[in-house]
Design a protein around this ligand. Structure first.
Ligand code: SF4
Length: 730
């Protein structure tokens, strides 16, 4: 856009600014955190204000923003009204990005570890010294252990693609990122059913079942906003969750389903839809593969049987199946987001995908949609061959449905500890914090003991940074020029964005493109990064050159590509070229070709621990002066009857003990939780004193969760931990 400059009187500006921040964020009055040195917002001064398009980086959604800059400082962030994906919204976290950029806990200079890992002794060094040191360490590891001896974790930043390019040219296949703790089981399930990872067309749906997702709190754009709009337009919402979430609170019906029994519910829905003939026969003939096998498979999964497993009355299951089928094809089982919950998550998600298939909602309004064409291309580069490298990634073959470019952090960690099938001795992490996000933190620390060299590039001193050997300060998203990012999916998407710096990079922070460029010169492949950001963007937009002007003028480019009916007359990317209710590849691999229910594990005298996040949680923690005000410490939610039966009082501090660790939390009595389940939020209990607002505050899920894994995708399984709760003594 043309930069517009507005001048307000100091009095009007102060009034407008204060009102807008309160209205937009609901940010509470700061209760003393400013005195800790955490400046929540810059001081307001007179001067012209310039407006700049950018895209939020406080979570993965990348909502369009307008940054208001005055005297070289970002004073306010507002939604970009032309950015349809977020429907003109910025959530609390997006608004709180001012506290992110001006966080006094930011990393300011390259730092080299001097004491033991985790001891917190650092020496400030120059960028040249840091880059020379990384190059020396990577060369040493490559010579001794092959290039696959360095693992790369590139995060989900818009500059992560540079680190992936670097890793591939350097010669390591061992790339893994946060997705392996998040949603890969869902990707696996839908790839193996529809041949695609779909996007829910929430805005136009008339009936939605949300199982294990919490979109009103764990915000996904546009789904969260579209769900509110759809509800206003008469959409019925049924929520299954052992916890009364904010989504449950706004649903027509909420069922506190017993954890790990969702598959029973969905197989029973399939039973009713098939055996009462409630599906679209024409669609079935044309699009479904394995309906006869599924009919036999679900014969025994009656609503009466499912009631015993789930705790949901049979008549409700039967009624919901009929209502759902009556609303089809503008009806859906929500495809969700974080699906890293159980050891058979891929099969649970397959049972949901199968119900969607029976609703004939694929590629149709109000149903689940294929990826739309955006037109952003990945620029070509040569990947060299290194003869001495092993044949494959370290976790190859450890799970039958591993998604190759992501692998499994949990399985890689196990392999690194065993040093089998080969050693990994180096790790480059960029804006990922496995120490705070991956289950069983002690095991992550054990993995670090097997690594000779860890380099971490990040904005702040995360727990992973705290345990690293060399730290590189990164600029925030408001201080750098990023490549183009394509956002695909629902009717609101198929768009492209980039970011230009709205203020200069603070301190000595340097972006990932600079780091990769400089390292590639030192390691002998300078041509890989011999481009400017403008050239790179031009390559990305080669097939849609008109996009550049749109991004400059509106902050976003929309490709007017087809939304619905993308697959009419086009075979699906499955083996049968149809929707695979019966998965042939699974059958060939000796896996269940259709989801088969197994009753959940139970452990005598223990409670199942489930975890989730709030709308104030950003990335791996809540070390943000504005956001921490909403929830200053996490607690253990427990049903009062369960707690009172154990003799506890509300608010009492207890020990929560799993097979992985023991942590301390305050109890929060809450009637809206299933009686054999307890819950805690993510984002607290940081080990790093460099994150002062969450260091030693509450407890970390990474510490107490045991490291289970989905047996098909290798996705971490975060809801398979059982804990005891005991009185804190001493
Ligand atoms: S949902 Fe919130 S935090 Fe995430 S990108 Fe959008 S505004 Fe930022």
């Amino acid at each position: 856009m043309d930069e517009t400059t507005k001048t307000l009187s100091r009095r009007n500006f102060l009034r407008a600014s204060a009102a807008a921040m309160t209205a937009a964020t609901g940010v509470p009055a700061l209760k003393g955190l400013v005195s800790t040195g955490h400046a929540a917002a810059p001081a307001v001064q007179a001067g012209p204000i310039s407006d700049h398009y950018t895209a939020c980086d406080m979570c993965f959604n990348r909502c369009g923003m307008i940054a208001r800059v005055q005297n070289g400082r970002v004073i306010k962030l507002d939604p970009n009204p032309k950015f349809l994906k977020s429907r003109g919204m910025l959530c609390a976290r997006g608004n709180a990005a001012t506290a992110h950029i001006y966080d006094p806990d930011r990393l300011k200079h390259p730092l080299l570890r001097k004491g033991a890992r985790g001891e917190g002794k650092w020496q400030r060094i120059s960028w040249d010294q840091a880059l020379d040191h990384i190059a020396e360490q990577f060369e040493r590891i490559a010579d001794k252990y092959t290039r696959c001896g360095v693992m790369f974790s590139p995060g989900s930043d818009m500059q992560s693609q540079f680190l992936i390019r670097f890793a591939e040219v350097f010669g390591s296949y061992n790339i893994t990122s946060h997705e392996t703790l998040c949603l890969l089981s869902n990707h696996r399930a839908y790839l193996d059913t529809f041949g695609e990872t779909p996007y829910p067309d929430v805005l136009y749906t008339k009936y939605i079942i949300v199982a294990g997702a919490n979109p009103y709190e764990a915000i996904i754009t546009p789904d969260t906003i579209d769900l509110m709009e759809a509800r206003k337009n008469g959409c019925k919402m049924v929520v299954l969750d052992p916890r009364y979430t904010k989504t449950a609170a706004l649903a027509d019906e909420w069922y506190p389903i017993r954890p790990h029994t969702d598959m029973a519910f969905f197989l029973a829905l399939a039973h009713v839809i098939i055996h009462e003939g409630l599906y679209d026969r024409e669609f079935a003939d044309e699009m479904l593969f394995g309906l006869d096998e599924l009919r036999e498979h679900v014969r025994k999964y009656t609503p009466e049987w499912a009631a015993g497993e789930t705790g949901i009355p049979a008549e409700d299951i039967r009624r919901i199946a009929r209502e759902l089928a009556a609303a089809a094809p503008t009806a859906m089982v929500y495809t969700g987001r974080r699906t890293s919950d159980y050891e058979d998550s891929s099969q649970i998600r397959r049972s949901m995908a199968i119900v969607n298939a029976l609703l004939a909602n694929w590629d149709r309004p109000g149903g689940i949609l294929a990826s739309r064409e955006v037109g952003v291309r990945a620029p070509y580069f040569d990947i060299p061959w290194y003869d001495d490298n092993p044949d494959d990634r370290i976790d190859h073959g450890m799970a039958p449905g591993l998604i190759h470019h992501e692998g499994s952090f949990k399985l890689m960690r196990d392999a690194i500890i065993k040093e089998e099938p080969y050693p990994i001795k180096g790790w480059f992490t960029f804006k990922t914090n496995f120490m705070q996000t991956a289950a069983n933190r002690n095991k992550t620390i054990e993995m670090l003991d097997h690594l000779d060299f860890i380099v971490n590039a990040d904005i702040a001193m995360s727990d992973t940074a705290w345990y690293s050997d060399l730290l590189l300060p990164s600029p925030s998203f408001l201080e750098r020029n990023d490549p183009v990012s394509a956002l695909q999916g629902s009717s609101a998407c198929a768009c492209a964005i980039w970011r230009d710096a709205v203020v200069p990079a603070m301190y000595e922070s340097r972006d990932m493109r600079y780091i990769c460029t400089e390292l590639s010169k030192r390691l002998g492949f300078p041509e890989t990064f011999d481009f400017t950001i403008d050239q790179y963007r031009e390559w990305q937009l080669a097939s849609i050159p008109e996009a550049a002007q749109a991004i400059r003028e509106d902050g976003v480019y929309y490709n007017p590509s087809k939304v619905y009916g993308i697959y009419f007359d086009v075979p699906l990317k499955t083996q049968a070229q149809k929707i695979e209710l019966y998965n042939q590849r699974y059958a060939n691999m000796g896996l269940d070709p259709m989801p088969t229910y197994k009753p959940p594990r139970q452990e005598e005298g223990k409670l199942r621990l489930v975890v989730g996040r709030t709308a104030f949680f950003t990335h791996s923690n809540t070390n943000n002066a504005l956001l921490i005000e909403f929830e200053e410490e996490n607690t253990l939610w427990i049903h009062p009857k369960t707690a009172e039966g154990m003799g506890f009082r509300d608010g009492e501090r207890v020990f929560v003990t799993s097979d992985a660790a023991r942590v301390e939390l305050a109890l929060k009595f809450f009637e809206g939780i299933e009686k054999e389940t307890v819950y805690m939020t993510t984002g607290f209990g940081a080990l790093s004193p460099g994150q002062r607002l969450v260091h030693n505050r509450g407890a970390s899920i990474a510490e107490v969760l045991e490291d289970h894994v989905d047996y098909i995708s290798g996705n971490m399984a975060m809801h398979e931990t059982f804990v005891t709760v005991s009185r804190k003594v001493g």
